[in-house]
Design a protein around this ligand. Structure first.
Ligand code: GLU
Length: 496
């Protein structure tokens, strides 16, 4: 056990509502959540919507949808409420304005009246903001105020020396102050920037640990100085590594079409894509917690409850990780294999129904053990096992290229199918072992390999190149339906 801090642990995820939830954000949220749960603390969702141009309606619902799906429960937030709300920044503007004013009045910040044109000129000259209003005289300021000139509030960053920040993942990080600008805290429309807003909120929401993407590390010294100026006790900080594209180059982007998974499918990046692709939430949680953190003991498969018992922000690897997408399919198949058969059926039924199949539950329950060891994602049930539920009226004869196995021709295939009909017909039991024994003898008698005969039958009854094993499949379909499908398949092959 790590020693819990004296202060109750309160972590937060503070996304900007800029559209569908990206998996990188969920991974950050997951680490904050695991840490809070480990210490019996609270996990808070706060919506940072102060950049009005970038806010997209519906984003909060998408974030909540993703969390609900994964089972990341939120203690306080816009939906849950809580003692430190509101949890949406645009509803807290007065608070930020109060503290911006306090910083100005106490000499830690100043009003800057630079016009858009002045700023453009400074940019053109190559430097950043030249601090021209930092030391403006009272007379000058009074004049500007008198004519109601618009202003922003900027923080007075020390011009020399350095600032040291303590990070739980990276240790102490030192920054030269001269490299930092006098950042804007409050914009001319009265909206705060991230720099001011998150500090005011993290203080008043009693956040104990700030976990956020490493992209915020360069502004860490600015934040430390603002905390110090306000005189508030700082929380602990953990700048989390980010996910890189699967080839290790560049931050994982939403435009990831160029990266195909092992099976050629595009790589899921948005929460909704994981849901649509049929992954199990438990597998996704396992997958995400294993990126940049590991359970230890070389254990790749672990439950969230087990992760909670071990998780520590201090053990997060500071290096950014390439998105190990190949692991997801493997992990998911492991979770499918371990799933309780009844639970698996509950997951598969709606997917099959959505694809237009009328699902016979008894048949699905019988097929489940065959599928459980073969599915990489629950969505694969449609191409893998839809044929079990195909409406006879709509079931078409599989085309010859599916039926004709390697090193076979149409005539031989038709011969196998025709000859197998009376053999199967004559069986008293249609149990798969009985079928197997009979068809093995049959193959021997006609001089074909087992694989050729079994493969031909499998293609005939499933209409697919890939499907569960032949005799188990036929046992589930039953004798009558299997024979009906075999006879139908003959129609695709040239008449003898
Ligand atoms: N709104 C910020 C972002 O989305 C939050 C950073 C933080 O967690 O403090 O990057």
């Amino acid at each position: 056990m790590t020693t819990p801090s004296a202060q109750p642990v309160r972590t937060r995820y503070a996304p900007s509502p800029t559209g569908p939830q990206h998996i990188g954000g969920i991974r950050s949220a997951l680490f904050a959540w695991l840490y809070a749960r480990r210490h019996g603390g609270q996990f808070i969702l706060r919506i940072e919507d102060t950049d009005r141009k970038r806010s997209i309606p519906g984003s909060v619902e998408m974030i909540l949808g993703a969390f609900d799906w994964l089972g990341i429960d939120i203690d306080e937030g816009p939906r849950e409420g809580g003692a430190y709300g509101p949890y949406v920044q645009s509803e807290r503007l007065e608070l930020y304005q109060t503290w911006a004013k306090w910083l100005v009045e106490n000499g830690f910040a100043y009003k800057c009246y630079a016009t858009a044109q002045e700023l453009a000129e400074m940019r053109k000259a190559g430097g950043g903001y030249d601090r021209r209003y930092r030391d403006a005289s009272n007379a000058e300021i009074n004049k500007l105020e008198a004519r109601g000139a618009p202003y922003v509030v900027r923080f007075k960053m020390p011009l020399t020396g350095s600032t040291i920040g303590a990070d739980m993942i990276r240790g102490e990080v030192e920054f030269a102050n001269e490299q930092l600008q006098d950042a804007v805290l409050l914009k001319s429309d009265g909206y705060p920037t991230y720099h001011l807003a998150h500090i005011v909120d993290d203080h008043f929401m009693k956040i104990s640990h700030i976990t956020r993407a490493v992209e915020w590390l360069p502004s860490f010294p600015l934040h430390i100085r603002i905390w110090n100026a306000l005189g508030w006790a700082k929380p602990q900080f953990a700048h989390l590594p980010v996910l890189l594209n699967p080839n290790g180059k560049g931050k994982l982007s939403k435009r990831k079409e160029q990266f195909a998974g092992a099976d050629g499918k595009s790589v899921p990046v948005l929460a909704q894509e994981f849901i649509d692709a049929g992954y199990l939430p438990a597998a996704v949680l396992n997958f995400l917690s294993n990126i940049g953190w590991n359970f230890g003991d070389d254990k790749e498969i672990f439950t969230t409850a087990q992760a909670i018992k071990r998780f520590d922000l201090r053990d997060v690897n500071p290096a950014n990780s390439a998105y190990p997408i190949a692991k997801l399919d493997w992990l998911n198949s492991q979770y499918i294999q371990r799933a309780d058969a009844a639970q698996l059926c509950r997951l598969l039924k709606p997917i099959l129904e959505e694809a237009g199949y009328a699902v016979d539950e008894t048949r699905l329950a019988r097929a489940a053990p065959l599928l459980q060891v073969r599915l990489k994602s629950t969505r694969d049930v449609v191409p893998m096992a839809g044929f079990f539920f195909a409406d006879w009226a709509l079931f078409e004869a599989p085309p010859a290229d599916i039926l004709v196995q390697r090193k076979m021709d149409g005539e031989g295939t038709a011969g196998i199918l025709r000859g197998s009909i009376p053999v199967l017909q004559g069986l008293d039991s249609f149990e798969h072992d009985t079928q197997y024994a009979a068809m093995q003898d049959y193959a021997k008698a006609i001089g074909y390999k087992n694989g050729q005969v079994f493969g031909t039958l499998r293609a005939a009854v499933s209409g697919q190149k890939v499907s569960p094993p032949t005799f188990e499949t036929m046992e589930i379909l039953g004798k009558e339906e299997s024979l009906r499908r075999i006879k139908l398949a003959l129609q695709s092959l040239a008449p003898a």
